[in-house]
Design a protein around this ligand. Structure first.
Ligand code: DAH
Length: 349
């Protein structure tokens, strides 16, 4: 019986001695299997309990329990010590500077045409104009006929149209709108004067593309209808907006121009924003840059939408947004806008 107790105590002593040598988690686990495992040295030694007599057993059992508890407690302490040490080394090795800025996330940017569009909307909003939209698939009736461009009118040839196959109905044939001017008709049919709107959006023409022509492009239309609206109001409004977009020194001029839905009609130019009107490469030495078309809404157009031309008058204008973006950012080819080349688009972020 004292043999077993002595064996247990010797086991405890040697096991505790070797525990100090276990310096990492792996060697500690090996120690646990060798000493405390199901086939470990403690289990082996305890097999001796079976050979003892009934009155010897309690004493030996007590010692066995104490040794087991002592070994398990020492194991737990050692494990904690090693884990703490591992953590300390890890923390020392992987330093984390929480004051560093976060790594940048890829971020998109607004398309240059969107930027110009928003600037124009902002400039007109300050003058009391609401920005409205119309459909890109439009009735012939709104795109042409009600704008005083009847079916046999030569102006239809200037704006080669994409017609929609099988698209005909109450508004005549369907087409991709060739201009934003039909939004004038839609607005005047839906609202009584006073009307002050701009209508930006995409337009389509079936024509060969080159550096200054695209089959799809963007226009912005403007419309003001009220009592006593004059061409001077048109001039004042366009001057104010041009100065917001291209600088406070800009002057504008009207040249005679023909558009079926206005009378009188005008082509609008501004003094070149690069040379201030002296003449340079951008304005082709003329000092002037073309902005778009404008004029007083034709009485027939007002009558077409049920507005009495003897009571009301109005002005309208229309211009291309890509051209503005090209002038502003020095872009020399309109086709770049819709190529989706990130190297181009990233320059506007
Ligand atoms: N819609 C015309 C075009 O695409 C531009 C235009 C000219 C619009 C004169 C107007 C205007 O509202 O009054 O060429």
């Amino acid at each position: 019986m004292s043999d077993l107790i002595r064996a247990l105590e010797t086991l405890e002593e040697t096991a505790l001695g070797s525990l100090d040598g276990a310096s990492d988690v792996d060697s500690l686990e090996r120690w646990r299997l060798l000493v405390l495992g199901r086939r470990g040295s403690l289990a082996e030694t305890l097999k001796g309990l079976g050979t003892l007599t009934a009155d010897q057993r309690p004493k030996a059992g007590q010692v066995a329990n104490r040794v087991k508890a002592s070994l398990e407690a020492s194991f737990a302490v050692r494990l904690e010590t090693i884990q703490k040490e591992v953590r300390r080394l890890e923390l020392g090795a992987e330093r984390l500077d929480v004051t560093l800025p976060a790594s940048p996330r890829p971020r998109g940017s607004l398309h240059p045409v969107t930027k110009i569009r928003r600037e124009i909307e902002g400039a007109f909003a300050r003058l009391g104009f609401t920005s409205v939209e119309g459909p890109e698939v439009e009735w012939d009736q709104y795109n042409f006929t009600m704008l005083n461009i009847p079916p046999d009118h030569p102006a239809r040839d200037i704006q080669d149209s994409f017609y929609i196959d099988g698209g005909s109905g109450t508004g005549g044939e369907m087409l991709l709108r060739t201009q934003t001017s039909p939004v004038q008709i839609r607005t005047m049919l839906a609202h009584k004067p006073p009307i002050r709107i701009i209508a930006p959006g995409r337009t389509y023409r079936n024509e060969a593309t080159d550096a200054s022509h695209e089959a799809m492009f963007t226009q912005v239309e403007g419309l003001c209808v009220d009592r006593n609206v004059t061409m001077a109001d048109l001039r004042g409004t366009l001057t104010a907006v041009t100065r917001v977009l291209f600088g406070p020194d800009r002057e504008i001029r009207f040249r005679c121009g023909y558009f079926p839905f206005v009378e009188p009609g005008a082509e609008v130019d501004m003094t070149c924003h690069v040379c201030n009107g002296r003449g340079c490469r951008v304005c082709k030495r003329t000092g002037w840059i073309e902005l778009g078309g404008a004029g007083m809404v034709h009485p027939k157009v007002l009558a077409n939408v049920g507005i009495d031309p003897s009571v009301y008058s109005g002005w309208a204008f229309g211009c291309g947004l890509e051209r503005f973006a090209m002038l502003r950012y020095g872009i020399d080819d309109i086709r770049l806008f819709y190529d989706n080349d990130l190297r181009f688009l990233r320059q506007f972020s």
